[in-house]
Write a protein of this length. Structure first.
Length: 94
């Protein structure tokens, strides 16, 4: 929800899940583009880019920590058709 709220224009999120080789993956494609330099900061807890000094990446920083605690990984990348993708994978049993 925060991704849509932070977008300068209305956007769409597309999410898919898969289960392969004992892991489950969640892939979320946000169809709006990020300004240059923001992709590298998506998981930075101290990143502030909203009015009033509100931290923008708190949710993704928390998601990264929870994912790591469960033996998984999370990453963000630019999508070839525009926007960006956050991919999260965790083992089904840990």
């Amino acid at each position: 929800m925060a991704t849509i709220e932070a977008s300068p224009e209305p956007g769409t999120l597309h999410a898919t899940t898969t289960a392969v080789n004992g892991s489950v993956s969640l892939r979320v494609h946000a169809r709006h583009a990020l300004p240059p330099g923001q992709l590298a900061r998506l998981f930075d807890l101290a990143w502030v880019d909203r009015p009033g000094g509100v931290a923008a990446a708190v949710g993704l920083a928390a998601a990264r920590r929870v994912t790591q605690l469960h033996g998984g990984h999370i990453e963000a990348s630019v999508h070839q058709s525009g926007g960006f993708v956050v991919s999260l994978t965790v083992p089904m049993e840990n």
